[in-house]
Design a protein around this ligand. Structure first.
Ligand code: UGA
Length: 437
């Protein structure tokens, strides 16, 4: 199969590289000359474990190329994937479809024979029909169908998620398009990964419903964590206890500082907006959005308490600022709410993050960046574990405690235990979701 991938952002690049690894011929297209030059030079513009190696392998095999020339990539392609951004539109919370529609129009001009125009970007229900209309209007002679193929990749585990998915969802409007999509995903289908072929609108809704459901699950356990802190109980035990029920499942029940990232905040906002537009308020999703903001604020209060109720004059070492480990992504990271509050209160903040500095420097003005957790903790009043990078899981706690002014730890990801930390020279350990009883 010949595939054109429009957009070399996170989803586009990972999908393009993985499709080429299936043996398809893939041309990745981006408007940014700088990005394409980088990719042509073998450099990966994002941090995603394993992506560089897989990309190099498929470039050498001649199956994967990069260009700014959309028309040449679309010409003769069996499928053209739209994987451009759908950011939250300023002001109204809607997904901004400007880039999707602009891509659809450009693709339309370049279609020469039957092709499937596939939307990979996360788009509201009804968008694929609009894409169809835009392509038809821009090129009434074009022979094409549209398809919706939402992505379920997690950053940091994207290649594995692509190669071993829980499911692939494909929404189609014709049998012919279904056949092209089945051929593209045949390597997965033959390995028994479920491919759900459905209508366009259901596929679009599945993506929002899945992300909103996961955001709800996280927020629910975060709310239980807050209650455990007041009423008693340990949220880790509670999560284990409820997670053993197969109907609930044990995943996405880690209490923490609130969800962040490029997907959950954006998609929950968009779903809430879609609900309002259809006079069917998504009350649960709206509440989740509000509670998630409160969770982040609750974390600030935890740190304040560990600073003797006053940030002023305190030194806080923050370990991890990306929204989760194994990514350099800072979008909607809880750190963007928490760290400015510490600085605003007069704290001196030292940050260590294995990948977050490049993006983080502009987003977190006033912090001091260091490479080493022990150096960050030296003479600090409190160390805050904010992102659970593996590098922070096996710290020598005695060494860490020794360098600190007062050895206090606020562990917002529950990666340590109170017994371990207090037994290693710390005077205080504060986790998430543990009552004093
Ligand atoms: C998420 C979904 O997991 C993917 O299936 C989906 O494809 C993707 O969004 C998307 O729409 O493109 P991602 O945002 O990369 O993926 O990261 P997650 O691993 O889902 O984590 C999201 C946030 O939830 C992070 O801030 C993480 O720290 C938090 N989280 C996750 C928790 O606080 N607790 C958990 O138990 C799990």
């Amino acid at each position: 199969m010949r595939i054109a991938m429009i957009g070399t952002g996170y989803v586009g690049l990972v999908s393009g590289v993985c499709f080429s690894d299936f043996g398809h011929d893939v041309v990745c297209v981006d408007k940014s000359e700088r990005k394409i030059e980088m990719l042509q030079a073998g450099e990966v513009p994002i941090y995603e474990p394993g992506l560089d190696v897989l990309m190099a392998k498929n470039v050498s095999a001649g199956r994967l190329t990069f260009t700014t020339d959309l028309a040449s990539a679309v010409d003769g392609a069996d499928a053209v994937f739209i994987a451009v951004g759908t950011p939250t539109r300023r002001g109204d919370g809607h997904a901004d479809l400007t880039y999707v529609m602009a891509a659809a129009e450009e693709i339309a001009q370049a279609i020469t024979e039957y092709t499937v125009v596939v939307t990979k970007s996360t788009v509201p229900v009804g968008t694929n029909r609009k894409v169809h209309a835009v392509v038809s209007a821009a090129n009434p002679k074009a022979s094409f169908d549209v398809a919706s193929n939402p992505e379920f990749l997690r950053e940091g585990a994207a290649i594995d998620d692509f190669m071993r998915p829980d499911r692939v969802v494909v929404g189609v409007e014709s049998e012919r398009a279904a056949e092209v999509m089945a051929e593209i995903y045949r390597p997965l289908y033959l390995r028994d990964f479920p491919i759900l072929t459905t209508d366009l609108e259901s596929a679009e809704m599945i993506k929002y419903a899945a992300n909103a459901f996961l955001a709800t699950k996280i927020t629910f356990i975060n709310e239980i964590a807050g209650l455990c802190e007041r009423a008693g109980g340990d949220v880790k035990e509670v999560a284990r206890g409820i997670g053993l029920d197969g109907r609930i499942g044990n995943k996405f029940l880690h209490a923490g500082p609130g969800y962040g990232g490029s997907c959950f905040p954006k998609d929950t906002a968009a779903l809430a907006r879609i609900g309002q537009d259809h006079a069917h308020p998504m009350q649960i999703t709206e509440t989740v959005i509000r509670v998630n903001d409160e969770v982040k604020k609750r974390m600030i209060e935890k740190i304040r308490e560990a600073c003797d109720d006053n940030f002023n004059g305190k030194t806080v070492a923050v370990l991890g600022v990306t929204f989760k480990p194994n990514t350099d992504d800072m979008r909607d990271a809880p750190s963007l709410t928490i760290v400015p509050a510490l600085i605003g209160g007069g704290a001196r903040v030292r940050v260590v993050d294995p990948q977050g500095r490049a993006e983080g420097e502009a987003l977190l003005p006033g912090v001091e960046w260091l490479d080493d957790p022990y150096a960050a903790a030296a003479e600090a009043d409190v160390v805050v574990l904010l992102t659970e990078w593996n590098e922070f899981r096996a710290l020598n706690l005695n060494d860490l405690a020794e360098t600190m002014k007062s050895a206090r730890m606020v562990d917002l990801r529950n990666i340590y235990s109170s017994a371990l930390v207090l037994g290693s020279g710390f005077e205080t350990y504060v986790g998430v979701g543990v009552g004093d009883h």
